[in-house]
Design a protein around this ligand. Sequence first.
Ligand SMILES: C[S@@+](CC[C@H](N)C(=O)[O-])C[C@H]1O[C@@H](n2cnc3c(N)ncnc32)[C@H](O)[C@@H]1O
Length: 342
Amino acid sequence: MKNTLIKGDNIDSLVYIRDKMKLRESIDLVYIDPPFATGGEFKTDSNGRVATISSSSSGKIAYSDKLTGSAFIEFLRERIQIIYDLLSPQGSFYLHIDYKIGHYVKCMLDEIFGIENFRNDITRIKCNPKNFSRIGYGNIKDMILFYTKGKKPIWHEPRIPMSEEEIAKLYTKVDKNGRRYTTVPIHAPGETKDGKSSQKFKGILPPPGRHWRCSVEELEQLDKDGLIEWSASGNPRKINYADEHLTKKLQDIWTFKDSPNPIYPTEKNHEMLQTIIKASSNEDSIVMDCFAGSGGTLVEASRLGRKWIGVDKSDIAIETIKKNLENNGFFANESMYKYIEI
Ligand SMILES: C[S@@+](CC[C@H](N)C(=O)[O-])C[C@H]1O[C@@H](n2cnc3c(N)ncnc32)[C@H](O)[C@@H]1O
């Protein structure tokens, strides 16, 4: 499949992708960032700068966000039902939304994907703290709802570096060679009867109600390798060295602030898009964004060697996507990808 940019309403475009491009069950990753039901209009001024002023009479409208309440939910439902058909069995779906409407969207997504396929409600810190006067706390986050189509999705565990302070706080001990380390228990909750993890290790049984984290043979090997520390009272713990654990699992609160000088209204952080694409797609995967805006998802999919499909109905969005792809050096001109108007 050639990378494809479609200009048109995404309801028709999704039907086209399913029936004409024959991509039912073929797309491994869909990220969408639809309008958030704000009731506003998003504009660019004559200098191409972007604004979010719904009352301003000047500027060209990039897109309007007038659907609210249940009409908005039904607008999304219709489209996500087709997206569900397009997702491969190993596919993932990420939807970017705000705190005002996000919880209603979550209920609708649970109906389509099944609550058992709901993976995360990711809190995304989107900007610096706001100090203007308002009844209520400053809002610096939005949310990303993450679902998979099934039980065996593509998943490349995202890990992030630990800071010097985190390493110093976590790895408080130093061995005779100057290596920083910490120790962790070698037993875990739950008794296993007659199993390899319930036998005696160096004459000791796991404490009542617990089992060894691995088999006694593995514990013997760890001890031989000098990776068990024995306390003065004879309590064994496993040694973990800092230099072997310099990264940590990414949790569900992300700080990926958006650019203060976006090229399109509500343009999202590219590092965040990269994180999603790396975690939930492979090199040969097709990645789709059918509310593409500035085309950040398409640029990052290109950078990571994925194939992509982008859809937007706004003239300004399509213009911005083409420039964005060119400026990032992926496509010198639009003959290098398929461009369709629907
Ligand atoms: C929030 S913006 C996306 C911004 C994008 N994530 C970025 O980083 O630049 C939503 C986009 O969805 C597009 N859109 C809204 N309704 C649409 C529809 N029915 N069909 C196609 N595009 C639509 C708008 O034109 C707008 O560009």
